[in-house]
Write a protein that binds this ligand. Structure first.
Ligand SMILES: Cc1cc2nc3c(=O)[nH]c(=O)nc-3n(C[C@H](O)[C@H](O)[C@H](O)COP(=O)(O)OP(=O)(O)OC[C@H]3O[C@@H](n4cnc5c(N)ncnc54)[C@H](O)[C@@H]3O)c2cc1C
Length: 199
């Protein structure tokens, strides 16, 4: 347990901007300091694409890209890096997150107002399995922690959508993003905005 915690801290220290890689833990000493800031390592100790922003990922290959560009081949512009990976590339943490929230909120939007016991149990199972299988392991562990503190509410669409909105806001806060007004959830994810721009 302690080893696991120390491993996780080492991974985060090695990869989180603002945290030092020169931690005094033994595990931190073993971490490859060659990785630039922002690269999140997977549990196998290798860089985890779906845990890392594309900007950090691209920085990792910066030297190679510079050489390629100098040779007149592939060049990745700053704008392309800032907007994430090309659409036909493996997702970074942000692309994956955006797509996943779209799926989760859309599931909430199609969830019945009065679900049967089976539907409630299916949704609980889905959310539980989702939180274990989510490819960004740091995200997954934090989400599991949130679920342990705030049990998923699946007794109606309204309950679930509001729970999910709060869960999403918890991640927004962690990332320093603005919180979403959950009273507008229905317009954002189900009916479309009242000004008609979604119709
Ligand atoms: C379970 C989970 C955990 C994650 N954990 C991490 C993490 O630990 N570290 C990390 O770097 N990234 C994490 N992500 C990814 C992160 O949440 C974002 O998806 C990513 O940073 C892209 O953000 P975005 O600004 O494009 O908007 P997103 O946060 O992806 O949101 C997409 C859209 O949803 C709407 N929205 C925003 N907030 C809410 C809300 N509260 N309720 C309803 N709708 C809302 C907005 O219209 C927004 O444009 C996680 C994603 C998921 C699904």
């Amino acid at each position: 347990m302690a080893e696991e915690a120390s491993f996780r801290n080492a991974m985060m220290a090695a990869t989180t901007p603002g945290l030092s890689v020169t931690s005094d833990s033994a595990a931190a000493d073993q971490q490859p300091k060659k990785f630039p800031k922002g690269i999140v390592l997977g549990k196998d100790g290798k860089p985890c694409r779906s845990c890392t922003s594309f900007a950090a990922w691209a920085a990792q290959t910066k030297d190679k890209t510079k050489k390629d560009a100098a040779a007149g081949s592939r060049a990745v512009s700053t704008t392309a890096v800032a907007s994430g990976p090309p659409a036909d590339c493996p997702p970074d943490v942000e692309t994956l997150g955006r797509s996943t929230w779209t799926l989760l909120h859309s599931i909430a939007a199609s969830y019945p107002e009065s679900p049967s016991r089976t539907q409630q149990s299916d949704l609980l199972s889905f959310v539980g399995l989702f939180s274990k299988l989510y490819p960004c392991w740091v995200c997954a562990e934090d989400f599991q922690g949130y679920m342990a503190r705030q049990k998923p509410e699946v007794s109606s669409r309204d309950e679930f959508s509001q729970w999910l909105c709060r869960a999403h806001n918890d991640v927004n806060r962690k990332l320093g993003k603005p919180e979403f007004d959950c009273s507008r959830w229905d317009e954002r994810w189900r009916t479309g905005w009242k000004d008609g721009r979604c119709d």
